[in-house]
Design a protein around this ligand. Structure first.
Ligand SMILES: Nc1ncnc2c1ncn2[C@@H]1O[C@H](COP(=O)(O)OP(=O)(O)OP(=O)(O)O)[C@@H](O)[C@H]1O
Length: 360
């Protein structure tokens, strides 16, 4: 999948912008705050229909305007598709492929896989388990639409069970049979989610280790470990053993919605012992491994969005990274940087066709 053209109207700080892209490397250079990351965010919208920053759609409409449009021409093997995203203040977001609106956002996921590497990735290390679960889910969903379906159904059923627990507490009543209605669907959806997450992480981890070894020159060993209550219990037992606790808490305390990923360096939590550069190298390795898995599972090369990636990395690590990008023949790449010269140097070392766009 290659994005040939992109045009933006009233998207964040961009009133009107359009780009003709190189099928290989595209760089956006310019000072802080000119809107380079916003362009990557528009590309992220094309991929998964929403901002990677987690902003609400309405906040992405340019201040004092009423709508935004992101439009692109995408080379899909032999044919060209037009993907258009429209958001106005008055109506719901519309995503269209060749003038036909999708009924559900989920139907678009996987069409244009993408991987973003950005300074915000450090949240994956510092934040709570929720952001790591979201990362894992987004990664698997791009390769497996039935996973996304299970996930949506699982979350809905957990919400219903939680609502019932709250109803019981509020009305000082309890009916075990009514609560157990949810056991089968939660257990069926949840067990499938668990199996897929387990397999995905098992295959991802050695690739992360391999990339980290290349970027760091083999200095440290990293590990991605999947944690879930489901390793030690079957789902139905888990639910029935925690009924008393769930009643007290008024929510479902055990299940795959509490899963987490543990990031380790030399056997210790990377959050505790990793330097900024080591953490960044780890996150880059994690994301590059994600590309690898998406390619393996879908046969599509995801677009790679690199936001301010060269800051905090020493020259050796930047060189290793460039060599890696060269060797792996990743798909189309989009890079932002404040230093034009640095970008030019980097691009010169990667033997691919490139375009540099100066944003002001
Ligand atoms: N809805 C919006 N309307 C108008 N401007 C917006 C909107 N949302 C964000 N911006 C502006 O976009 C700018 C930030 O853009 P962006 O993060 O893309 O900059 P950048 O070029 O990547 O900067 P840096 O080099 O610091 O990362 C800010 O000036 C912000 O005020």
């Amino acid at each position: 999948m290659i994005i040939n053209k992109l045009s933006l109207i009233n998207f964040k700080n961009h009133s009107e912008q359009s780009f003709d892209f190189s099928p290989q490397i595209n760089c956006f250079v310019g000072n802080n705050g000119v809107g380079k990351t916003n362009i990557l965010d528009a590309l992220h919208y094309l991929s998964v229909g929403k901002s990677f920053l987690g902003n609400s759609d309405l906040n992405n409409i340019k201040s004092d305007e009423d709508f935004f449009v992101i439009e692109s021409e995408i080379q899909n093997e032999e044919k060209e598709d037009i993907i258009k995203i429209l958001q106005s203040k008055e109506s719901k977001k519309v995503i269209k492929k060749n003038d036909k609106s999708y009924d559900r956002l989920a139907d678009h996921i996987g069409y244009l896989p993408s991987v973003m590497i950005s300074p915000y990735d450090s949240n994956l290390i510092s934040d709570s388990g929720e952001s790591r679960r979201k990362f894992l889910d987004a990664m698997i969903s791009q390769t497996d639409s039935s996973y996304l379906f299970d996930l949506i159904q699982y979350q809905k059923t957990i919400q219903q069970r939680n609502a019932l627990l709250k109803y019981f507490a509020k009305n000082r009543t309890f009916d075990k049979d009514s609560l157990e209605i949810y056991d089968d669907p939660i257990s069926n959806f949840g067990t499938r989610i668990f199996e897929k997450r387990k397999e995905f992480v098992e295959k991802l981890n050695p690739i992360v280790q391999h990339f980290y070894e290349i970027i760091s020159g083999g200095k440290e060993i990293v590990n991605v470990i999947y944690e879930s209550h489901l390793f030690d219990n079957n789902f139905k037992e888990l639910l029935s053993n925690s009924i008393d606790k769930d009643r007290a808490l008024t929510y479902t305390s055990k299940g795959t919605h509490k899963d987490d990923l543990l990031f380790e360096m030399n056997g210790n939590s990377i959050k505790k012992i990793g330097s900024q550069g080591q953490q960044k190298s780890f996150l880059i390795s994690l994301k590059l491994a994600q590309i690898n898995r998406i390619k393996e599972l879908t046969g599509k090369s995801p677009i790679l969005l690199l936001d301010d990636i060269f800051d905090k990395l020493d020259d050796t690590r930047v060189s290793q990274l460039i060599e890696l990008v060269n060797k792996q023949s990743f798909g189309q790449i989009f890079i932002t940087d404040t230093h034009k010269e640095r970008t030019e140097n980097v691009v010169r070392r990667i033997n691919e066709e490139s375009r540099i766009f100066e944003i002001s």
